[in-house]
Design a protein around this ligand. Structure first.
Ligand SMILES: CC(C)(COP(=O)(O)OP(=O)(O)OC[C@H]1O[C@@H](n2cnc3c(N)ncnc32)[C@H](O)[C@@H]1OP(=O)(O)O)[C@@H](O)C(=O)NCCC(=O)NCCS
Length: 439
């Protein structure tokens, strides 16, 4: 992402409205400097407490320090508390490129580490932080905000909606039977350090192909590969690579066994990551994993809900698929967000958008063209040949990545459309949105 925008987002001032609202309760909203170890440690301990973790040890704090060095860290402080330097609420954000339909990326503000201490819950602290930080992002012209959630009930009120779902599979391995391709290249074991070295390049080579993916946040690769000093049981991780017939590296995977003490031949394997740049790499890595000896069950998470591997096994009922909401999107700038993605069919939609926080409120005329691009102009509400769609900003955000059907939202009473099918066709994208990790 443009480093200038990332820097502006990181360094920008706090929102005055949020400060004032918290000050009324005797609380202080502050930016926490990444480079100040003491203040950073207090902030990170508050995050750990908020997520029900124990106190972080020095090694974990150092790892967090490295991981969060680029993020904008916000804390809310209560001068009357026994530990006034430990925040009672936390919030982190950074600029990340979000993949949108059409193989493109747009700037987004990614949000994480959101907590309010149990002693200070439900008095509007999250609301103040969220509204203030969204206003800051909007002022910088960042068109969307994104997050992954601990609970799906929290963020709808702020205009977020799940726009990419994730698939979790449990496969009865002896029953599955591989019927997919058997590529000519080779699968080999590699050290975890080698995975750590090559995975970022592979992720960057493929992430724009799939709407919903983002640039990998700092520290995630070391977490996956167990190459961080505070990694838990890194020795359990196995790494493999696929090289094609020409010797070119085209994919990697990480997995770990869980032994079944009652029946060693039905041990479990969890696939932690699989990144494939080519269909051959995809097939070869999955085939390797689904043909492991001594394995009764394979699990993998954060997959696409229509993951191709489900079509590569002979017995579809050997795999159980569970779907969950995963990548949440909140459009801030409707014209910029809608013009930033591509469209599968030409069409015209007149949008009337309501937004309780005001950012996306208004009327727009979206015209998608034959080449996939679109113009998005203000619309004064006068009669138009376009399909009229009335919806809230959360619902528009839900359909933004092209994988949530507008017809479903209309049927659910969450949107109105003069011609639901033609409006839904405009927003739909033929490749399923996915986010392959949590952040
Ligand atoms: C989620 C959390 C940050 C909320 O903070 P908070 O300061 O208590 O929230 P607020 O008082 O600002 O609440 C704002 C609104 O969200 C609602 N809300 C807050 N937490 C909610 C929850 N867990 N489930 C449903 N609604 C919730 C409030 O009822 C309030 O609704 P309203 O304004 O529409 O009446 C806090 O409960 C927390 O730290 N939870 C544990 C960590 C966590 O799960 N964080 C989220 C990570 S994605």
């Amino acid at each position: 992402m443009p480093t200038e925008l990332a820097q502006q987002q990181h360094d920008g001032p706090l929102d005055d409205g949020a400060r004032a609202a918290l000050a009324e309760q005797g609380l202080e909203l502050r930016l926490v400097p990444n480079a100040d170890p003491e203040r950073f440690r207090a902030w990170l301990q508050a995050v750990a407490r908020g997520f029900l973790d124990g106190e972080r040890n020095d090694e974990q704090l150092q790892a967090g320090f490295d991981r969060l060095a680029q993020r904008r860290l916000v804390g809310v402080f209560d001068g009357g508390a026994p530990e006034p330097e430990r925040p009672v609420a936390t919030f982190a954000s950074w600029v990340a490129e979000l993949s949108v339909p059409g193989g493109r990326g747009i700037p987004s503000v990614a949000i994480s580490s959101v907590t309010a201490a149990p002693t200070h819950r439900r008095r509007g602290i999250l609301r103040s932080m969220m509204e203030g930080e969204l206003r800051r992002a909007d002022e910088l012209g960042i068109p969307v905000a994104i997050l992954t959630v601990s609970e799906s009930t929290i963020y709808g009120r702020f205009g977020f909606a799940p726009a990419a779902m994730s698939g979790h599979i449990e496969v009865d391995v002896p029953r599955a039977r591989w019927i997919g391709p058997r590529p000519e290249g080779r699968v080999d074991f590699i050290p975890r350090e080698r995975f750590r070295e090559v995975a970022p390049g592979l992720h960057d080579a493929v992430r724009l192909r799939t709407a919903g993916e983002i640039e990998m946040p700092d520290g995630h690769w070391d977490r996956f590969a167990g190459t961080r000093p505070d990694a838990e049981h890194p020795e359990k991780l196995r790494a493999i690579q696929y090289t094609d017939a020409n010797g070119r590296l085209a994919g990697v995977a990480l997995y770990a066994y869980r032994e079944n003490h009652d029946d060693f031949a039905r041990s479990k394997v969890g696939v932690h990551r699989l990144i494939a740049e080519t269909p051959d790499a995809y097939a070869a890595l999955w085939r390797f994993l689904l043909e492991l000896d001594l394995v009764g069950e394979l699990t993998a998470s954060e997959l696409a809900v229509d993951e191709p591997v489900l079509w590569m096994i002979g017995d579809r009922r050997a795999a159980r698929l569970t779907v969950q909401d995963h990548q949440y999107v909140r459009i801030l700038d409707v014209p910029a967000a809608l013009a930033g993605r591509r469209y599968a069919v030409p069409g015209a939609v007149a949008l009337e958008v309501s937004d309780p926080l005001g950012f996306g409120e208004g009327r727009w005329l979206l015209r998608s063209r034959e080449d996939g691009s679109a113009s998005v102009e203000p619309w004064d509400g006068s009669p138009s040949d376009a399909t009229l769609v009335r919806l809230g900003i959360a619902e528009l955000s839900a359909v933004y990545l092209g994988s949530v059907s507008l017809t479903a939202l209309v049927a659910a009473g969450r949107a109105e459309a003069s011609d639901p099918l033609s409006a839904a066709r405009v927003f739909a994208w033929p490749e399923t949105a996915r986010l392959s990790f949590w952040y």
